[in-house]
Write a protein that binds this ligand. Structure first.
Ligand SMILES: NC(=O)c1ccc[n+]([C@@H]2O[C@H](COP(=O)([O-])OP(=O)(O)OC[C@H]3O[C@@H](n4cnc5c(N)ncnc54)[C@H](OP(=O)(O)O)[C@@H]3O)[C@@H](O)[C@H]2O)c1
Length: 437
């Protein structure tokens, strides 16, 4: 094996960038022992010269010009931890063009622009992205390498720590959504602008990447039916608990008979005591069901400087190993290759069948429940259980919750639209899927 130094250039010196510098320093001996060569940070690029950084970059490496990395012929691997689409996309493109290998943690970029992976393949360089999904959990490597001999029946993930933290706090402390969000922001589990996290967009980016790895599907996130957690209330958490369920922010990919994929991002009721119900706080998990292996759970921290840096640096070690033996592309970035990567049909959400949790806020007038049940029945949605809590006082509303038998989403949604127009229904009905594993 060649004996040389693996030289990296870091673009982005925020949470993850600083974690990488700390990890490479703290674990230098262990990493060298496993890689068989030292890793040298040649350059660290940030944007704002005046910012105070918690972790000092190695002496003489700090720059504010990405070209110091992109144009340096001695740099083997460009590590992109800037985030977002531009200018990160241009940085990655330019790195590949210059024949440099790339490691990135950028899920938005890879989900929206998978052509970058093709570009890297055409240029004979590696593009790895373990940290892009579920931070420190090695789910990419698991799907790409460990599962290469199995067919994946289904994959269910809790891949957004912010949403899981919020729903967990609503469950454990009885907080309303807004209170739990504020707490998550105070504790650093949510961004000042949490839209991408609570709206499900971040989970859809991650599910796009996981689906490609699991099924060889070419995909963009806009094809994944996505619902955020913003409309879940403390009342829903309370009733779910009463029926023996916990509400979790799920990302689901399933292979259906006939070759379609069932892809969904949404909050769902999962049975208390089930594997995913126990994944609490900011933890992430991905539960994969292989045709041969059966169920396989991975769980851990999906964010944070050091867990995320751990995944980034493990990718650097992998690319470094390739460099040392003069190889590249041995393990394809998307697990599937060539014509085996294909467009796959995504099931129309209306065709999805499951049990449902329904919440109606109604005036406590005679006959209202019969009218709701009538509309549901006419749409072939049958009620399994029903609870009304409290008695409407002074014409005030009451909450009625129902669990349904397995129903077609299209039929249910049609019924709910009609129910929303009934006299004495005072709020739009709430519907949450019940996910069985
Ligand atoms: N944070 C996590 O726990 C986590 C987990 C998994 C994946 N990720 C992914 O990792 C990536 C980085 O996240 P982060 O949390 O580290 O973000 P961050 O703290 O906001 O850091 C971004 C860094 O990029 C730098 N930057 C921005 N524009 C630049 C430009 N034009 N040229 C050079 N540098 C520029 C910023 O410079 P200044 O510091 O000078 O402003 C900052 O250092 C994202 O793709 C994110 O999705 C993060």
């Amino acid at each position: 094996m060649a004996s040389r130094t693996i030289r990296i250039g870091l673009i982005g010196y925020g949470v993850v960038g600083q974690g990488i510098v700390q990890l490479l320093s703290d674990n230098a001996a262990t990493i060298e022992g496993r890689l068989g060569a030292p890793i040298e940070i040649r350059r660290v690029v940030a944007r704002s010269p005046d910012k105070v950084r918690e972790i000092e970059p190695p002496e003489g490496t700090l720059s504010f010009d990405p070209d110091d990395v992109l144009n340096d012929p001695d740099i083997d691997i460009v590590v992109e931890v800037v985030g977002g689409i531009e200018p990160a996309k241009s940085f990655v493109q330019k790195a590949i063009e210059s024949g440099k290998h790339v490691v990135t943690a950028n899920k938005a970029l890879l989900a929206e622009h998978s052509e970058l992976i093709e570009f890297a393949e055409s240029k004979g360089v590696d593009l790895y992205f373990e940290a892009a999904v579920a931070g420190g959990i090695p789910i990419i490597r698991l799907l790409r390498e460990a599962f290469s001999s199995d067919r994946i029946i289904a994959l269910r993930g809790i891949v957004n720590g912010t949403s899981n933290y919020i729903l967990s706090r609503m469950t454990v402390a009885g907080l309303e959504f807004e209170e739990a969000l504020r707490e998550a922001q105070e504790k650093g589990f949510a961004e000042a602008d949490p839209t991408l996290d609570i709206g499900g967009g971040d989970a859809a980016h991650k599910l796009t990447i996981l689906t490609t790895l699991a099924y060889g599907a070419r995909l963009t996130p806009d094809r994944i039916p996505t619902t955020g957690i913003e409309d879940v209330t403390a009342v829903d958490i309370h009733f779910a608990n009463r029926f023996g369920y916990v509400i979790k922010p799920l990302a689901v990919a399933r292979a259906l008979d006939g070759g379609k994929l069932d892809l969904r991002v949404h909050p769902a009721l999962v049975r208390r005591g089930s594997v995913l119900a126990s994944i609490s706080g900011a933890l992430n998990a991905v539960y994969v069901e292989g045709a041969m292996l059966g169920p396989c759970l991975t769980s851990g921290l999906g964010a944070g400087a050091l867990p995320t840096a751990m995944s980034v640096v493990s990718d650097i070690v992998d690319v470094g190993r390739n460099l040392l033996v003069g190889a590249h592309g041995r393990v394809p970035s998307r697990a599937f290759q060539g014509e085996h990567l294909k467009d796959m049909e995504v099931q129309d959400p209306g065709d999805h069948r499951c049990h449902w949790y329904l919440r109606f806020t109604v005036r406590d007038r005679p006959g209202i429940l019969a009218r709701i049940a009538g509309v549901l029945g006419a749409s072939t949605v049958s009620i399994e259980q029903m609870v009304q809590e409290g008695i409407g006082q002074d014409d005030g509303p009451v909450v009625v919750v129902m669990l349904t038998h397995t129903s077609l989403e299209r039929n249910l949604m049609g019924a709910l639209e009609e129910i929303a127009t009934l006299d004495d229904v005072v709020e739009p009905p709430m519907a949450l899927r019940i996910e069985e594993d």
